[in-house]
Each structure stands twice: as structure tokens, then as C-alpha cells.
Design a protein around this ligand. Structure first.
Ligand code: FES
Length: 159
């Protein structure tokens, strides 16, 4: 293993981290120190934060529980990373295709919030399968507030 500067970190460096922690790269005394030895201390452990759980009901009705969603991702990105059936995301998250259409689970719509005007216009284009809890998953950001959310993939409107 090497650190960010390409220095080899010996086996055991960063050891002593507890389960759920990971070791940051080893630190070094600045050059010029006569004894310039490598130093790794226990405080080089950081907590490996658990992911956020998102449950998708895919277009075939299969339940997919994903426990490693990370804040900053969109729900569409989470679905694509786990090959959730029915999330095509043809536009890559540019809010211009509606192939990432989901229904937000009961009780979650208030936390997710309503679509903005651009998303609203796009949802109007899939009116045949639109519901009051429709959202485009590329426009929903993963956050700790949404830990445990359930999203059902909307059927393809067929046009
Ligand atoms: S990925 Fe195209 S609108 Fe969401």
C-alpha cells in the first residue's frame, strides 16, 4: 500500500483502528529531520460512516435494499450503480428524459419536496403514468434525512 505521495506504507501502518474505522495515509516527519522516521498514530483512524439506506421497488416489482448510498449522489445514480431495473437515465441526470421516474413512498414526499418547474414540465410529458408522488430520481439528492426512503420505479409510458 502507498500513501498519497507514493510512499510505501508498511504492513500494519494504520493498525489499531477499530471495526468501522479506516486508516488515513501514514504521516511523515518533514524532510530534514535527522531521524526522519515514518509515524502512524492511532488518531489516524477515522470513522467509516455507514451509508444511507434506500429501498427501490424495481419495474418488475422486485425489492432492492441498498445500504451504501452516499450523500451528494442522486437517487438515480444510486439506482444505476446497483442496476435497478427500469431506471434508464438516458439523459444522464440532466433532467431532460424522464426515464428515471419514481414514485416516492408513503410518508416521504414531505421530506423529498415537490419538483421544480423544469422537472414539473418533464413529468407532464409522462402524464399517463404520473401520480401525485411522482419525482425524477435524478433530481432527488441522497441525504441523511432520506435514510430509509422507499422509491418505486414508474412503468415506462411506452412513448
Ligand atoms: S435521468 Fe433523465 S430526467 Fe432523470
Amino acid at each position: 500500500m502507498t500513501d498519497t505521495a507514493g510512499q510505501v506504507i508498511p504492513d500494519g501502518a494504520g493498525g489499531g483502528c477499530r471495526p468501522g474505522q479506516f486508516a488515513r495515509p501514514a504521516r511523515f516527519f518533514p524532510p530534514g529531520r535527522s531521524w526522519g522516521m515514518r509515524l502512524t498514530i492511532r488518531s489516524d483512524c477515522e470513522w467509516d460512516m455507514p451509508g444511507i439506506t434506500v429501498t427501490f421497488i424495481d419495474v418488475n416489482g422486485q425489492t432492492r435494499v441498498i445500504e451504501d448510498a452516499e450523500p451528494g449522489m442522486s437517487m438515480m445514480q444510486v439506482a444505476k450503480a446497483h442496476d435497478v431495473e427500469g431506471i434508464l437515465a438516458d439523459c444522464g441526470g440532466a433532467c431532460s428524459c424522464a426515464t428515471c421516474h419514481v414514485y416516492v413512498g408513503d410518508g416521504w414526499m414531505e421530506k423529498v419536496g415537490p419538483p421544480d418547474d423544469v422537472e414539473e414540465a418533464l413529468l407532464d410529458m409522462v402524464d399517463d403514468v404520473r401520480q401525485p408522488n411522482s419525482r425524477l430520481s435524478c433530481q432527488i439528492s441522497v441525504s441523511s434525512d432520506l435514510d430509509g426512503i422507499e422509491l418505486t420505479v414508474a412503468p415506462d409510458p411506452g412513448y
